[in-house]
Each structure stands twice: as C-alpha cells, then as structure tokens.
Design a protein around this ligand. Sequence first.
Ligand SMILES: [Zn+2]
Length: 276
Amino acid sequence: MAQRHGENPWKHLCVSVVFCASVVSSLFWAAPSLQAVNTERLTSFEIELLHHALETLHPMITEKQQDGSAILLAWEALYEPLTGQQRVFLDEFRALRAAELGATSHYFGEPMTAPTILPVGRQTIRRPQGEREETILNPQYLPRPALEAYGRMMDAMELDLGRRLLVESGYRSPAYQLYLFLHYLPNHDYSIVETNRFVALPGHSEHGNPARQAIDFINEDGINGEDRPEEFEALPEYQWLARHAQGFGFAISYPRNNAYHTAFEPWHWHYCSSSC
Ligand SMILES: [Zn+2]
C-alpha cells in the first residue's frame, strides 16, 4: 500500500502557536495532491507536475551543466523559474527523511552556509586509439581538506601504479542534488523509495556534506563502474584504494550488502578529516 507522509515546511515558522501546525495542515488539505508526496509511486497528478517542473528547469540546468556551474546551484536559482505549485512540490521532497523511506541512510543535514570549495582543475580522460579528441571532464570542486588529501593519495597511487584516479563528481550543492533526484525519478518508475537507493535526497548525500566529503572516482581510461560496478572493482586502482585509502582519511561508503540498502558503489569514497 502506498505510504503517505511528509511534514509541512511552513509549520516551523509558527511553533509557538499550539494549534498552528494542524491549522496549516488543514489549509493544505484543500489541495490533497500537495499534502505529501507519494513515496511508493507518484500519483499521475504528481508525475505530470514532475515533468512540467523538469521541462521548466531543463534550459537553465543544461546551460549551467555546460559552463560547469550546475553543481554549485543555489536554492534560489532552482526555484526561480518554477510556479508556486511546483515550488511546493519541491518543498515536499526537501521535507523527506531517509527513515521515512524505509532506508537507514544518514540524514547529514545541509550546511548552514555555502562551504568554501576549490576547483579540482582540468581533468582529461586518455584518448582511445584512433580518436583525435580527448574527453575533458566537467569542472569539479572540493573543500580544501578533501582536495589536499585527494592529491596526497593520488601522488602515492601514482608512485605505486603509475596511474591516478580522477574526480568525476565531488561537491554537489543540495539544490543540484534535488534536481538530480527529480531527473532520475522517471528511470525508477516514479518511486521515491526505489530512486533513493541510487540517488540521495538533499541533506542525505555525502557529496553535499563537506564534513564527510564524497568523491566519485573515474579512472584515466574513463572507467567509472556506472553500469557495471564489477568493472571498477576489478581495477588495480580500486584494489589500491581498498588497501591504502584509509591511511589518507578516505573510506568506501557503500560496500556490497551495506546496511544502508544502497547499491554497491565501489567508486564512491568519502573523506573525514577527523572523526565522522
Ligand atoms: Zn557518489
């Protein structure tokens, strides 16, 4: 049976009034489809709302993806082109918590202020034989401690293997994380629960949590394990990480059969400067 839940984001504005939450809830009851997004599978109304929102956002996001600024997307920029109804729809996703989704993944929260992040620099995939153009990765950013630790770890890997891993995805703003979640929902039959196994909701992603900054690695030949995790797992670079990454402050987040019920992600590692 479909699970319905969610909290009204406005109710926190008036916590001093005892009945405020219920009053606001009853006001929203007038539009039942906006009361709480359906987590097992979106209703047909919600699916329509989702597609309209994605269509509205597509030109702005595409432009930012091309100039490399999408991963820094601010909430204001994400909401700006949307209608009031679409904004409330997005608010419902922001109010979701992993525990409510039947998953046990962490809710890290969102940074109170935008973190200081630095560019990783130009990264290129080796040119396959016969191909003239080299592939340049989209610009990536990391907080300074993670960037420096990543550099030290890759220097050590290069000494051992003569190869380095590149950052395919580093820091991602919570607003961009929500866009990605919405973008991938149709691929998982409009099920929030199922999509959540592959894409984190904002506040739940290590990519948007500088205290536990995640990096998705890709090797210099362009292998990232996206469709075949085993392929990445078989790389000498992965084997090296498994043996040495801990010494540089990195740990794999989602090993096989992890307690979070998240898919095996051999490419996704997080950095902890102290304990986390
Ligand atoms: Zn990742």
